[in-house]
Each structure stands twice: as C-alpha cells, then as structure tokens.
Design a protein. Structure first.
Lengths: 164, 331
C-alpha cells in the first residue's frame, strides 16, 4: 500500500490530434497540456478553481483543467485555445475580442474565449444575463469585463454562427 | 500548484466504491467532481493514500419513486440538476439553489453528493499551510482558533448551498457502506461541529437523495447573498418553503433554513411555527423575520462581523419569504 503507483498509459485527443501518454496519478490535465504537449496557451493562475484561466473544452463543455486528473481524461476529446484558429485564421470570436479591446494582458483570454465559444454553440442568442452567467467563473484583472461583454454583443450583432 | 501523490482507482458504481472504501480502510477517499477535494489536496488539507475516482462513472437519471419522492443520484452534476425538468417541476427550490453554486465550470464538474459532503471553511484554514510560521489551529490538530481567537473550539462554517435547500424540502439521504444501508433525514448528515462536520465514517457514502413530493399549494425561494454574485461562496443563504392551505392565503407549514451561519445549516424553527396557521401578509412575514433574528446567531466568518451578518440575514430572510409567498402555486 505504501508504494505509490507509477505511470499509467492514457490515450486522448487534443485539438484533433491523438496522443498516447504515460502519466502519474497526481498529474492534472493542465500539467499534461503545458508540460508534456507544450500547449502553453492554457494558463494556470490559482490552480484551485477560482479563476477560470485553465479552462479547456472537453466534448464541447468548459472544464477546469487544473482540477481534472489526466487519468480521468482517457479517450476524451479536448480543445485548447491553440485548436481554435484554422491554418492561422482566427475565429470570429477571437477577431472581435482583439478589435474591441477585450484582450489586454491576455492571461484570462484563452479561458474566456473558449467559454464564449461553448456558450455561442449552445445558445445562439444569449441574453446579457446569460453571457455574464456563462463567464462568471472567469476572472479578468484588466478589461473590467465590459469590453468582453461588448465584444460578445458585437459577435451577436454580426449574426455570426460559431459552427467552426 | 501540484497535487500530492496518491494511488488512483477508478470506480463505475457506488457499490464498487463502497467495496473499495472498506478494502482500503481509512486511507481512501471518493472523488466525484473533484472541485472540493482536489483544492483541499493541493492545500495539503486532505492527503488520501488512495483516490477512488467516480468522474467517469455512469449516473442514473432523476426519477419519481413509488412513494412519490423525487429520487436523485449523488453523482448528478449540478449542471445536470439545473437542466432537469423533472427537478424543476418537483423541486424548483433545488433548481434555483443549484444555479447559484460557484460558476458554470464548477457546476458542470461538481456533483450533488460532493456539495453535501464538502468540508467547513474559514479564511485561515482554506489556504496552503506549507510556508507558514503559525501553529496549526484546532481543525489542523492544534489548540488555537484564528477565526475566533477567544474560542475554545473550531468555528469553521458550512458554506454549501444545496444542504439548506434540502433541509427546507425535508429531503432524506441514503447512507451506504459495503454491508449496510440506512436512510436518514438530511439534517442527520451534519454534526454541527466545525472540526468534523459530517457524521459519515470513512467507509460510508451517500447513495441516493430523496425529496418528498408536495401535494398542495407551495411557494419556495432560495436567496443567496454574496458580494460578486458569481464564483463565490455564500456570505449567507436562505431557503424558504411555504406550504399553503387550499385558500392560498393561510400558511399550513413553513420551512426556513439559513446557510453559512454555523457548522451546519440552521432551521429558524420559531419563525416557522410563528407563521404556521397565519395569513401570509406583510405583517406576518415581518414577524417571522423578527423571530428568526432572535433565534439565529450567525458565526462571524470571512471578515464579516456577526452584526453585519444579522443585518444581512434580516434582508435575505425577508426577501426569500416575500418571493416564496409571491410564487405560491400548485408545485
Ligand atoms: C471556486 C469554487 C467556488 C465554489 N463555490 C461554491 C458555492 O458557491 N456553493 C457551494 O455549495 N459550493 C461551492 N464550491 C464547492 C464545490 O465545488 C461544490 O460544492 C461541488 O458541488 C462539490 O462537488 P464535487 O463533486 O466536485 O466534490 P468532490 O470534490 O468530488 O468531493 C467533495 C467531498 O465530498 C465527498 N463525496 C463526494 N461524493 C460523495 C458521496 N456520494 N458520498 C459521500 N461523500 C462524497 C468526497 O469524498 C470529498 O470529501 C466551490 C468550489 C470552488 C473551487
Ligand atoms: S475556525 Fe476552525 S478552521 Fe478556522 S482557524 Fe478556527 S479552528 Fe481553524
Ligand atoms: S487555474 Fe484553474 S481555475 Fe484558476
Ligand atoms: S486581459 Fe488581463 S486578465 Fe483579462
């Protein structure tokens, strides 16, 4: 019992690419993404669920990668911020975030953009309340949030559909 | 922040988890959503030798039992509860409370069982203690309290939002271990001790949650006070249920539960008794608020004084009762 478990094999898909990895039980998905796959777009800030910077999409749903064990991710489909742009073309949400000053230092941005992308896929016309509710778990110390909500409003008035 | 090392086991059913827990004795711990356990492990407040992950376990859907109870699996995520029309129709108070927990991400990951079995909290306790020159407090095995320094015991507060709602809905929980199951009222789950808030032994888990149906006119409301209004534990919360006579005006029975004021949710029993049999009016509701303030003494927590908490309690109870009264209808 005292002997700690070693690495276990897992397969998972990140941004459409399949990976086979050997991870110890205490390793989080966040650590796999940043340290093993060098996808450093996903940020760690608090590490304890209180900021949303580490958000990734698992099967399309926003999940905190700092509170997700790598071993619980067997065979899952994970989307990180690196997986949004296709061939260097930013998504509409990303473009408008840049244009509207909804990105400043950028630390919260990957999480906010992914949560926004998930929201717009699930709800084509979210109300302001629904937008704020969807982003309540994301702390931003720069924009004061208004610019983020305004950017999302702009995405909506553009009538853009977020299906890829 | 890194997790300490542990042995990982995966479980696909509550029965399997109960088996594993008895096999590994006190060193093992169930993880459902992990949104409470993993931060505690990162802070060094929990150090299970064996972590039994139920993250990918199948979850049974909510159903109405043969006796009319709404039956919920503790493994349901809060998001699934929020989205369930069966829950909204049969226990709108629970849907309302669930929607106010943490954030969208926390609700998507966190479960009902994990919410009920969360630890008590305090400003000193819920942080990493690895680089600190203070002696440990009562809850960490020492003999001092930093929250209430004159106190001779732990004053940590139970801050979960779902338990107060379940108190007011008179829910029951099934407690199971490998060899035994028993069903107890939700209030029996909590000891009222900040240091050890739950009655569960290390081998016991919650197997099911039962919410009795209401047959008659009912209005309910959940009122949660926090400063940011999202991604935040309650400064305090109130869950109110008013069951009415057929005239729609006389209160048959009332349940008012206050959260985040003690080591367990607290029922305002005198206030409840005070409105029962009365017409619901500005006057009777104000009287109930006055009685509740007489009987509930909020424990100061997270920088809020008990005076401030009493003022807030006044506002929140009144708000919850007025909203509940405005919602009276056949649930
Ligand atoms: C940033 C943040 C904000 C939060 N805000 C709130 C809030 O506003 N309101 C609120 O109520 N909570 C809040 N929480 C606490 C927590 O996330 C939720 O209560 C959540 O529902 C816990 O569920 P879980 O499945 O993630 O628990 P886990 O972390 O999986 O488990 C928590 C504990 O419960 C035990 N457990 C789990 N399931 C069972 C079971 N079936 N039987 C017996 N024991 C069990 C585990 O062993 C563990 O000790 C917050 C957490 C974070 C990180
Ligand atoms: S309230 Fe409890 S957990 Fe907080 S400092 Fe006092 S003894 Fe420790
Ligand atoms: S780093 Fe995961 S929520 Fe802050
Ligand atoms: S842009 Fe700096 S934290 Fe949000």
């Amino acid at each position: 019992m005292k002997k700690k478990q070693g690495r276990q094999l897992i397969e998972l898909a990140v941004n459409g690419e399949a990976y086979e990895l050997a991870e110890e039980p205490q390793v989080t998905l966040l650590e796999v993404l940043r340290n093993d796959l060098e996808l450093t777009g996903t940020k760690e800030s608090c590490g304890t669920g209180e900021c949303g910077a580490c958000t990734v999409l698992i099967d399309g749903e926003p999940v905190l990668s700092c509170l997700t064990l790598a071993l619980d991710c067997r065979d899952l489909d994970i989307l990180t911020i690196e997986g949004l742009a296709k061939g260097g073309d930013l998504t509409h949400v990303q473009e408008i975030f840049l244009e509207r000053g909804a990105v400043q230092c950028g630390f919260c941005t990957p999480g906010v953009v992914l949560a926004t992308t998930a929201l717009l896929k699930a709800t084509s016309r979210p109300t302001d309340y629904e937008i704020k509710k969807a982003l309540e778990g994301h702390l931003c110390r720069c924009t004061g949030y208004n610019k983020i909500v305004e950017a999302i409003d702009k995405v909506l008035t553009d009538g853009y559909l977020v299906n890829e | 922040m890194h997790l300490p090392r542990f042995t990982y086991k995966k479980s696909d059913s509550l029965e399997e988890t109960a088996q594993l827990l008895s096999r590994y004795d006190t060193g093992a711990c169930l993880m459902a959503g992990g949104t409470e356990l993993l931060p505690r492990m990162k802070y060094g407040l929990a150090m299970p030798e064996v972590l039994i992950s139920m993250k990918r376990s199948p979850v049974s859907s909510p159903k109405i039992g043969s006796d009319g109870d709404l039956v919920l699996s503790p493994l349901m995520t809060l998001r699934a509860v929020e989205g369930s029309s069966l829950v909204r129709e049969n226990a709108p108070l629970l849907s309302e409370a669930v929607g106010l927990v943490g954030s969208g991400e926390i609700r998507h990951m966190g479960t009902l069982g994990g919410n009920l079995c969360q630890e008590t909290r305090c400003l000193y306790y819920n942080q990493s203690h690895s680089f600190q020159f203070k002696k440990p407090c009562f809850k960490r095995g020492g003999d001092i309290c930093y929250s209430i320094p004159k106190g001779k015991e732990c004053w940590a507060v139970f801050m979960g939002d779902i338990a107060p709602a379940l108190y007011s809905l008179e829910a029951k929980v099934k407690i199971m271990s490998r060899d035994k199951t028993r069903i107890i009222p939700i209030e029996g789950l909590y000891r009222g001790d900040g240091k050890k808030p739950l009655i569960l032994s290390p081998h016991e888990i919650i197997g099911e949650i039962f919410i009795p149906g209401s047959n008659g006119l009912r209005g309910s409301a959940f009122s949660k006070f926090s400063f940011r209004g999202g991604l935040e534990f309650a400064v305090l919360s109130v869950a109110a249920v008013l069951d009415m006579e057929d005239d729609g005006e006389t209160c048959r029975s009332a349940r008012i539960t206050v959260g985040a004021v003690a080591a367990a949710p607290v029922r305002a029993r005198c206030a409840e008794a005070g409105i029962e049999g009365k017409n619901i009016s500005d006057r009777s509701l104000s009287e109930a608020v006055r009685q509740a303030l007489d009987e509930i003494r909020p424990v100061p927590h997270h920088g809020q004084t008990s005076g401030f908490l009493k003022e807030s309690l006044k506002v929140q109870i009144r708000h919850a009762l007025s909203v509940a009264a405005g919602r009276v209808k056949k649930d």
